[in-house]
Design a protein around this ligand. Sequence first.
Ligand code: URP
Length: 422
Amino acid sequence: MENNNILITDDAANGKLNDGKDATTNNASVCGYDSLHQLLAANLKPHIFQEVSRLLLGLNCGKPLQTISLAEPVNSLSLEHDFDLQAFRFHADKESVREPRIVRVGLIQNSIALPTTAPFLDQKRAILEKVKPIIDAAGASGVNILCLQEAWMMPFAFCTREKRWCEFAEPIDGESTRFLQDLAIRYNMVIVSSILERDVSHGDTLWNTAVVIGNHGNIIGKHRKNHIPRVGDFNESTYYMEGNTGHPVFETAYGKIGINICYGRHHPLNWLAFGLNGAEIVFNPSATVGELSEPMWPIEARNAAIANSYFVGSINRVGTEIFPNPFTSGDGKPQHTDFGHFYGSSHFSAPDASCTPSLSRFRDGLLISDMDLNLCRQLKDKWGFRMTARYELYAKMLAQYLKPDFEPQVISDPLLHKKKAS
Ligand SMILES: NC(=O)NCCC(=O)O
């Protein structure tokens, strides 16, 4: 079947793709492919694919995003431990006053390692063990800043509402932080680790927290998730409250970073606040499922990067996690034992509207990107979003809106009421 110069085979139209892969071989795949990008690359003629990529991924400094080839042992690690590995480079224009500020950033997505019925300590240790070779690959690639997915050290059990999963919580300097501190020192790498935190100084309170570990293994600080979801099976408010750390930006050896944890990505003001505090890269460690959010996933982060003139690193976990006891979603539908499929698809977005292809929808993965942080200011100079933002207008509007006697500014068509009256 030939359609406007795009090759769509009859097999593809019927669910079989033209390399013989069956669209149904892996439910979590994109018609048999790891990602939409791979599906398009394999099924479009090269010149069509180039044009589709220009529109889908944008251009960086007027060109398609460059890939980077990584030296051994990185490729061997990815083969041996079966994780997706991709690497790209975002350029900025050459400036005459400032030197380029190139930083290598990594994102890791992973599934859990043992069934959720295994003893909790075994589950956590197995995840740490599984993620270690991926961190080693990041370290061997010279990654400067690495971010892991939301609550990477445990199954995302917050769908169950069962309190026993609280046992996975750790203090800021707990087991998983200590594990990462050693790796941060070994690889001279900043690591952002999103954990279920137990705040022992405040009555054993729980938080959803990102710990920022410096490249000398020191704990630079923490940020607690600002917006807690109450959607679908995301029953996180049963476990922890809205964060109390504001919108900190951490000045690290490699750049200024912020962390907008998962559901916070739906809140443009949350993204804005990290930008106002000077972030150059904002990470979005997430845990979200296909049915709920997949069409939103590539849009929100990219929009945040554009609107706030910074880079965004989006990370989502992978796999389907089955829990021992069934639960319902309060929607009259049958009870079930899983959240749905965590669709991975981690990627980077840049302030110039370009973005990388996504990692696999169903495999563990490491995404690496070099980024010249000079691009942030170059985009501020070009588009002037900060200058033209009219913050004073919105500060006034929000101050009004927060008052109990707020009245929406609506100007009704007088004819509307006349018609209603007659
Ligand atoms: N972990 C989390 O906040 N998930 C909420 C669902 C979503 O934001 O897609």
